[in-house]
Design a protein around this ligand. Structure first.
Ligand SMILES: NC(=O)C1=CN([C@@H]2O[C@H](COP(=O)(O)OP(=O)(O)OC[C@H]3O[C@@H](n4cnc5c(N)ncnc54)[C@H](O)[C@@H]3O)[C@@H](O)[C@H]2O)C=CC1
Ligand SMILES: [Mg+2]
Ligand SMILES: [Mg+2]
Ligand SMILES: [Mg+2]
Ligand SMILES: [Zn+2]
Length: 435
């Protein structure tokens, strides 16, 4: 127990903004945290009254109560708002109620084996500037060439799955000689001996070379339609296609210098485009415009504060019955947590409190990085943004489980197993079986 004097010193330090003293006193007695002084004011209210952001943060990090009111019926957030300390009001608005944080699922023990993430090549970026080595690998009859046409990979159909068709140097010689051919070095397959590295390349062709290839393999074709076409790939092939398709898509869309509009040349084995106009600003220093782009997208499973429901939405373009997690592009100058809160608010009108990262996924359509999160809602009324979302609503854990096991009671269809949305849902329900 603590003395009255200690309590007064604690409240006084909070009021004055003395972070060190606040921390020290709390280390002596954790029970000080929610104590009240005159007129029922807590340390958090006093910090909020006087604009002491750091004190408020320390108190919150110890899990102090944010919902209590003083004798005038004001919460700490009301006090901060009234006295114009907006940064503290914002901090308090998003302050995770410790009970809400408890609704987030436990972190997975293992990194999930996510579709598009399985990599078996060593990218060996150090070799991208070794033109002699690259030339020898390009000419080697053993090297593997993946062929794309309009960004669709060449495959042969197996039982249900499409398997990548691996071509060798003689088979692609004619295509490589075309003036607009773009060749991307993907990496090497490690083999028994270290000096015996099997190189993989990707090549996109403008003209449809199917006729040329049919002679060799009548069963091969370019897998049409990124979605759902690419989901027909085997788990083993999907990762290398994600890499190749994203880089090839960048070449097809960024032919000219983004800084001055001049023509560019391909360098670093397909991983750089350099402006050909002497004096272009992009030639001085390092510029991200010269390198393949990645667009970060947050995708989140929003959990209801009752802990038993989650928010899913339907885009107009989804197949009938399908509901999935809300998602959206991260905007410039924005943290992931802010992007999660903004996109959920925009698309559903729901306010989000605590956010927890789950895992990420390469999504080569054409070059997204999906950043998967669980988060907990602070409000529950849903107003779908009609421009983007046809419908958004809460589903119970039981309804998600029914959809996962494709039970006849299921009221909606799950996103496909290859999508990170599926993993976020599955993780939340606690399912570990390989459904
Ligand atoms: N793997 C998965 O489970 C899922 C993947 N996705 C992917 O995430 C992407 C983003 O989700 P959305 O809800 O569409 O985002 P969104 O909610 O931010 O809305 C898309 C709109 O944002 C604008 N925008 C801003 N930055 C953009 C950029 N860098 N590229 C393209 N448009 C941009 C465009 O006007 C576009 O129509 C989708 O395009 C889709 O490929 C979406 C849901 C599930
Ligand atoms: Mg969206
Ligand atoms: Mg959006
Ligand atoms: Mg957006
Ligand atoms: Zn330029």
């Amino acid at each position: 127990m603590f003395s009255d004097e200690l309590r007064m010193r604690f409240l006084d330090a909070s009021s004055r903004g003395d972070v060190e003293k606040v921390s020290l006193l709390m280390s002596q007695s954790a029970e000080l945290l929610n104590q009240r002084g005159e007129q029922g004011w807590t340390a958090l209210m006093l910090a909020a009254r006087n604009g002491h952001f750091d004190v408020a943060k320390v108190l919150l990090s110890h899990g102090c109560d944010t919902s209590g009111t003083n004798r005038s019926g004001q919460t700490a957030a009301d006090v901060a708002q009234f006295w114009g300390h907006r940064h503290i009001a914002r901090l308090l608005a998003r302050a995770p109620d410790p009970d809400l944080r408890r609704l987030l699922p436990e972190r997975a023990a293992e990194e999930p084996d996510t579709f598009f993430n399985r990599e078996f090549l060593d990218r060996m970026s150090v070799k991208r500037s070794d033109s002699e080595w690259l030339d020898s690998k390009r000419a080697s009859p053993e090297s593997v060439f993946l062929l794309f046409h309009k960004l669709n990979p060449l495959v042969s159909a197996g039982a249900g799955e499409a398997r990548l068709r691996k071509l060798r140097a003689p088979g692609v010689q004619e295509l490589l000689e075309k003036p607009d051919a773009v060749l991307v070095f993907l990496g090497v397959e490690k083999r028994e001996k270290d000096d015996d590295l099997l190189a993989w390349f990707a090549l996109d062709t403008e003209d449809d070379p199917t006729q040329l290839l049919k002679a060799e393999d009548p069963g091969c074709f370019f897998l049409p339609g990124a979605m759902p076409g690419l989901l027909r790939l085997s788990d083993d092939d999907a990762g290398v296609v994600a890499q190749a398709r994203s880089v090839l898509a960048w070449h097809s869309r960024y032919r000219f210098c983004p800084t001055c509009g001049s023509t560019t040349k391909v360098e670093e084995a397909g991983y750089k485009r350099t402006c050909l106009r002497a004096g272009c600003r992009s030639l001085q220093g390092v510029h991200n415009t010269c390198y393949p782009r990645v667009d970060p997208v947050v995708i989140m499973l929003v959990l209801h504060p009752d802990g038993n429901q989650c928010l899913l939405g339907r885009k107009k373009t989804f197949p009938p019955g399908l509901f999935s997690c809300l998602a959206g592009f991260v905007e410039p100058g924005e943290a992931l947590e802010s992007a999660v809160r903004r996109e959920v608010l925009e698309e559903s009108g729901v306010q989000v409190g605590p956010v927890q990262y789950h895992s990420s996924q390469a999504w080569p359509m054409p070059s997204c990085l999906m950043i998967g999160c669980h988060c907990v809602a602070l409000t529950t009324d849903v107003t779908a943004d009609e421009n983007e979302i046809e419908e958004a609503r809460w589903f119970t854990r039981q309804q998600v489980t029914d959809a996962l096991v494709k039970d006849k009671r299921a009221v909606f269809n799950m996103p496909p197993r290859q999508a990170i949305a599926h993993l976020l849902l599955k993780h939340w329900t606690g399912f570990s079986a390989n459904l």
